[in-house]
Design a protein around this ligand. Structure first.
Ligand code: KG4
Ligand code: ZN
Length: 346
């Protein structure tokens, strides 16, 4: 079965052709970094307009790279939630038009759910359930229990910033260029960066809580850089920023942010009976430190870690096509009533 996937929830216009829910024949992503760089964040209206211009060229490119004509498509899958509503509408409208004109089924896919699926793409083994799922992205940070690809239960998640948002804001405070996350990762791993130089908070919430919080950590970095407002203690006042201090702050932040995730995964394992697999996805799953820590975490508990290769960590349409095909097989076609929605269903 050949599925065309479309993704337009934020600042990437993407299309992909996937065979049998897992073999990626093409994955084309047109990123809008250049359009949003001067604002240090995504401007929704600019993003929506760019999707309108780019959607069809990106779909054509995905078909061409896969060597597949429109007539060979068996189904059209689209990320229809969550995301920026104007952006989602572009992808959903395009997918509906294609599905209707081809007379093929349309499947709406939840973007957060699809991130959990991204490690399955091009993988050799099927996922053993039950699985513990972790999505770490610019818009979402949450843990799930999956008993199958359709039975997903949210265990907990951030009550304020997503981890990727914290990475991006901290990068801005440190004067690093957009996109902040990868640049901050690189600086934190640079020669001589001391991750113990700053004792930044790891939010644990209540004793049994599976929720996360990153806003306190973000504020601590802001104070380390600009000084604590109205501080009398000279140590807490703004210090001159040097390259060494910048790298130390980045490394200390990265350590605390990754720690927060691993602490909560540990708690989730305590309550999750019989979990066999750790599924991870989302842009921050590209983070070098988090990948290492998750590898250690999974090995220590006998879990199989299913984490995407770097090319499928960030937003892409292959994960949409892959999960779409799996949901279609389970009888979950959406029909033309499919709506774009700003929030996740998970
Ligand atoms: O999944 P994604 O492409 O978009 C959302 O669904 O939100 O994730 C984008 C996020 C951004 O915040 C970006 O800075 C972050 O992923 N990111 C990273 C790294 N690569 C991407 N954060 C930390 N370290 C990285 N290496
Ligand atoms: Zn995403």
């Amino acid at each position: 079965m050949i599925t065309l996937g479309i993704e337009s929830s934020c600042d990437e216009t993407a299309a992909s052709v996937v065979r049998d829910g897992g073999v990626v024949l093409s994955s084309v992503v047109s990123s809008q970094y250049d359009l949003h760089a001067e604002y240090a964040g995504v401007v929704p209206e600019i993003a929506s307009r760019a999707h309108v211009e780019r959607l069809l060229p990106v779909v054509r490119e995905a078909l061409a790279q896969a060597g597949v004509g429109l007539g060979m498509i068996d189904a059209v899958a689209v990320g229809h939630r969550p995301g920026l509503i104007g952006c989602l509408l572009v992808g959903v409208s395009g997918a509906k038009a294609l599905a209707l004109s081809l007379g093929k089924p349309l499947i709406g896919v939840d973007h957060v759910h699809a991130h959990l699926y991204s490690g399955v793409l091009d993988a050799e083994e099927a996922v053993a359930f039950p699985a513990l799922g972790l999505v770490v992205s610019g818009g979402h940070t949450a843990m799930f229990r999956l008993d199958s690809w359709e039975r997903v239960t949210r265990l907990g998640g951030t009550i304020d910033d997503a981890i990727g948002e914290a990475y991006d804001k901290v990068a801005t405070v440190l004067g690093l260029p957009h996109p902040g996350g990868p640049n901050l990762d690189r600086l934190a791993r640079s020669e001589g960066a001391d991750e113990r130089a700053f004792d930044l908070p790891v939010s644990r919430m209540g004793a049994d809580s599976l929720d996360l919080s990153f806003s306190g950590l973000k504020t601590s970095v802001l104070y380390a850089v600009r000084g604590v407002p109205n501080a009398r203690d000279p140590e807490k006042m703004a210090q001159p920023m040097t390259d060494k201090r910048r790298a130390d702050i980045a490394a200390s932040f990265q350590r605390a942010a990754c720690r927060a995730i691993v602490v909560k995964l540990g708690r989730a394992m305590e309550v999750g009976a019989g979990v066999r697999t750790l599924l991870v996805g989302g842009g921050v799953s590209a983070n070098s430190r988090l990948r290492e820590e998750l590898g250690t975490f999974a090995a220590a508990r006998g879990l199989r870690l299913v984490i995407p290769p770097l090319g499928y960590c960030m937003d892409n349409a292959a994960m949409i096509a892959g999960l779409g095909a799996t949901l279609l097989k389970a009888g979950r076609a959406s029909g033309m009533g499919l709506q774009a929605e700003p929030t996740t269903s998970l």
